[in-house]
Design a binder for this molecule. Sequence first.
Ligand SMILES: [Zn+2]
Ligand SMILES: [Zn+2]
Ligand SMILES: [Zn+2]
Length: 334
Amino acid sequence: MKFGETFMEYLHGEQEGFLDKCSHVEYKRLKKVLKSCRVCRESRDSCPSNEHDDDNGNAQLHHEFCQCEACPLCDQMFFSELMKEASEIAGFFTSRVRHILHLHISTGMQGYLLRFRHCFTNDQQAMVQEGRMLIEYVTMNAIAMRKILKKYDKVHSSVNGRKFKSKMQSERIELLQSPWLIELGAFYMNFNERDGGESNKFFSYDLHSTQPVMTMMLPDSVKLEYNLSCAICLELVFNPYALCCGHLFCKSCACSAASVMIFQGLKAASPESKCPVCRAAGVYGDAVHMLELDLFLKKRCKEYWKERLVAERAEMVKQSKEYWDLQTKFMIGY
Ligand SMILES: [Zn+2]
Ligand SMILES: [Zn+2]
Ligand SMILES: [Zn+2]
C-alpha cells in the first residue's frame, strides 16, 4: 500500500476520535500542491492557470507563482504550513506524554499500584492505550513529513526540503528526536513487562553491548536507534537528563559540563553553557529529567544502577561540603 493511503487509513481509522483533538500533517493537500507544481514546471512557459483545483485556494494561488525557478512564494507557503503543523504536533505530543508520565511517576504509585492494582486496572490500561496511540500519532506524522519533504525536493530538484529538516532539528520540533518519545518508550516497556501484556511491537533494547541502544520500529519498516550511553563518562546513562538539543547525559556528567554542582541541578546552569556534543547553548534550563528511562535501566541493570547511585551520592556530599566550606570562608572574610 502506498504511504498516502496508509496515512489516510490511519487518520480515519479507529482512532478518529482521538485524532479530532489534534492537528496532523496535511499530507494529501500538500501532495496536491506539489502535483500541480510539477504540472506547472513541465509546461513552464504557459502556466495553466485555469487548471481546476478549485477545492483548494492554495493550489490556485500556487499556479500563479510556479513559473519562476525558485518558487519563492510556494516555498514560503509550503514550509510555513509544515512548520506550523510540526510545532502543533510536537506541542500536543509533549503535553500528553507529560501528563501520562506524571500520573505514572509523580504519584509515587509504583509500589502502591502493585499492591492495589486490581482497583486501577482500568486506569492503567487507559494509560497504556493512550501511550500507544501517541506513539502511532507521532511516528505516522513524522513519516508523512519526511515523505512530503522528499517529494518536495524531487519535484523542485532542490535541497530546501532537506534544509527544512535540519531547521526543524535546530528548532527542536523534529518529532522523532523528542526525548519524550524515549520516555514514552521506556514507560511502555516498564508497563508491559510488569503486566506481561501485549507484545511490544515498537521498542526493543540492548543494554549490554558496548553501545547500549533502544531501538524503535516505525511503520514502513524504518528503524530508529537511540544511543543510551553518556558522551561524557561513556557509560550507560544514569539518572539521565536530555538537554534541549536532545542529547542524553547522566545528571552528574551534565552538571560538571555546565560547571554547576549536582545539588544545584541543571536549572542553575548559565544560559551560555554549551552541550558538550553539539555545542548548542541555552540547552540546560529546560532539560528533561528522564524518569521513566531511569526506572527502566534500574530494573534491568540493578547492580550497575546501585553502584552509580552510591557514587553520585558520595560526589554530592563532597561537592556540598566544598561549597559550604567556601561559603563559610566568604562569610568570615578569609
Ligand atoms: Zn511551485
Ligand atoms: Zn555520564
Ligand atoms: Zn547537544
